[in-house]
Design a binder for this molecule. Structure first.
Ligand code: KIV
Length: 271
């Protein structure tokens, strides 16, 4: 893998080129301009304004209460603090379950928030939404595997795709989402072999969180790597503050380790 970082403004095309060039894509979440500036300067390729804001900033137990207005508010701040990285905004729970609402809310995230790509969690209904957003020129990231907005249906946050049939379904879903126009796939808590297979088959970048090292890039929740998220740290995340005295150094270390392939090792993945 090349370690040369792209210096120009990152676009969806840049991210595709990075996949083709086998250059690892680095990302973190952020929710305000101050941290966005630090992540941008450290070389993150895209910054996600995740609905994890509900848990790590707002103090909720799940992402369910997060509203479109919340995401717009935080995306505005992140966009103001970002020069190079692409800014992606999460579509919150039930903001994209009918075509009209989906288009209306995605447009608000872009026009009012300044998002350059939106992310939605995958479910059977969403294929049509991805196609509609694509027709309107809205870049989309489809989030597969563990989809936290379905927590009350799943019962618990756990690895997805361990059985043969669920793995085959995820492979077919990934292909269908790409055909519908998705510009990026994000795999959360997926066995590393399955993530590798999906990544090899996809022509769009595949970003992992708890999906092992053999994907096109990594994302983690910023407050997890800074060790300030409430509760127990997830198995796939790493505390980058442990050995350093500064947030800047912790974030620079994360960017360097993802870029060079030093993170994640199999210790941070599921078999
Ligand atoms: O909201 C979020 O932070 C996310 C990450 C888990 C990728 O979707």
């Amino acid at each position: 893998m090349s370690q040369h970082a792209v210096t120009d403004k990152v676009t969806t095309q840049t991210l595709r080129q990075m996949k083709t060039a086998r250059q690892r894509i680095v990302s973190l979440t952020a929710y305000d301009a101050a941290f966005a500036r630090v992540l941008d300067a450290a070389g993150c390729d895209f910054i996600l304004v995740g609905d994890s804001v509900g848990m790590v900033v707002q103090g909720h137990a799940t992402t369910i209460p997060v509203s479109v207005d919340d995401i717009i508010y935080h995306t505005r701040m992140v966009a103001r603090g970002t020069q190079r990285a692409l800014v992606m905004a999460d579509m919150p729970f039930m903001s994209y379950h009918s075509p009209n609402e989906c288009l209306h809310n995605a447009a608000r995230l872009m026009k009012e928030g300044g998002a350059e790509m939106v992310k939605l969690e995958w479910g059977a209904l969403q294929l049509d939404m991805v196609a509609r957003l694509t027709e309107c020129g809205i870049p989309v990231c489809a989030h597969l595997g563990l989809t936290p907005q379905a927590i009350f249906k799943m019962g618990t946050y756990r690895v997805q795709g361990r059985q043969h049939d669920t793995a085959q379904k995820m492979i077919a879903d990934a292909r269908a989402l790409e055909e519908a126009g998705a510009d990026m796939l994000l795999l959360e808590c997926v066995p590393m072999k399955l993530a590798e297979e999906i990544t090899r088959a996809a022509t769009v970048p595949v970003i992992g969180i708890g999906a092992g090292p053999d994907v096109d890039g990594q994302i983690l929740v910023l407050y997890d790597i800074l060790d300030i998220a409430p509760g127990k740290r997830t198995r796939f995340s790493k505390n980058y503050m442990r050995e350093v005295g500064s947030i800047h150094t912790a974030i620079e270390d994360y960017v360097r380790e993802v870029r060079t392939g030093a993170f994640p090792t199999a210790d941070y993945a599921f078999q």
